[in-house]
Design a protein around this ligand. Structure first.
Ligand code: ADP
Ligand code: MG
Length: 231
């Protein structure tokens, strides 16, 4: 219901993309694991947010016109104290303003840092006119463009499909763990895939959705970035 509200509101504004902070509401409505996040409109609010969340934190530019945040230097991770958060806030907003003068800058998202040693994966879907939602799974982060290690499945996905699509990528071994590393929590990944499939079927007006990255370790998986594109 909450998810429906968020999507309707974005559509009524004529937006083709749901802003990240709102998109997170959709994820929460589907019980998807999201990091604690607050929207800060000033550096003081950013520090207050960080204090509430607990250090270290991540700061991300919050602007409806900027969806590829790193392209404008809009993401800073591992901020360990108030000083670092303040500086990052000024840095990020000033740079975004300079690089995208036309953009409305709401401020920054302050976000809980995922634990060290997580692996980055991508989970997404694209709606094909003929075949419907096509789910995508792959290794994320800096490797995705280089390796093009991605697998696809048509929705709806069942548990076995989710297991299958995960095993299909070449980097599956990395997820199983090398050199005595523990395997990542595969069930958590499957759950996200199944929920993504549900989301695709529940909202025909979502043209595309991408969780990039999902950060996963042996304990859990968390959706650290989300992009939802409407038709
Ligand atoms: P972009 O819009 O550039 O894709 P992201 O939100 O994906 O921005 O952040 C860029 C990168 O920063 C991610 O790919 C990930 O490596 C890292 N990152 C983002 N959020 C977190 C987080 N909560 N914890 C740890 N690392 C993060
Ligand atoms: Mg991203």
């Amino acid at each position: 219901q909450k998810a429906r509200l968020v999507i309707n509101e974005a559509r009524s504004k004529g937006a083709t993309e749901v802003v990240e902070f709102q998109a997170q509401e959709v994820l929460r409505a589907y019980n998807l694991p999201t990091p604690n996040t607050v929207l800060a409109r000033s550096s003081d609010e950013a520090v207050a947010g960080a204090e509430k969340i607990g250090y270290p934190v991540v700061l991300k530019i919050a602007s409806p016109q900027i969806s590829h945040k790193s392209d404008v230097g809009g993401v800073k991770v591992n901020l360990a104290d108030a000083e670092a958060v303040k500086n990052a806030f000024f840095d990020i907003t000033a740079r975004a303003q300079r690089m995208r003068p036309e953009a409305y800058i709401a401020g920054c998202l302050v976000q809980e840092m995922a634990p060290k040693g997580c692996k980055e994966i991508i989970i997404g879907f694209k709606r094909d006119e003929q075949f419907g939602p096509l789910l995508m799974f792959g290794l994320g982060g800096i490797y995705v463009e280089v390796l093009k290690d991605i697998a696809f499945r048509l929705a709806p996905l069942g548990r076995d499909d989710a297991k299958g699509i995960i095993r299909e990528i070449k980097s599956y071994m990395l997820l199983k763990g090398v050199r005595g590393e523990p395997p990542v929590n595969f069930q958590a990944i499957e759950d996200i895939l199944l929920t993504m499939s549900e989301l695709a079927l529940d909202f025909p007006e979502i043209q595309e959705a991408e969780f990039n990255p999902v950060l996963v370790n042996a304990e859990k998986a968390v959706v650290a970035d989300v992009r939802i594109t409407l038709s």
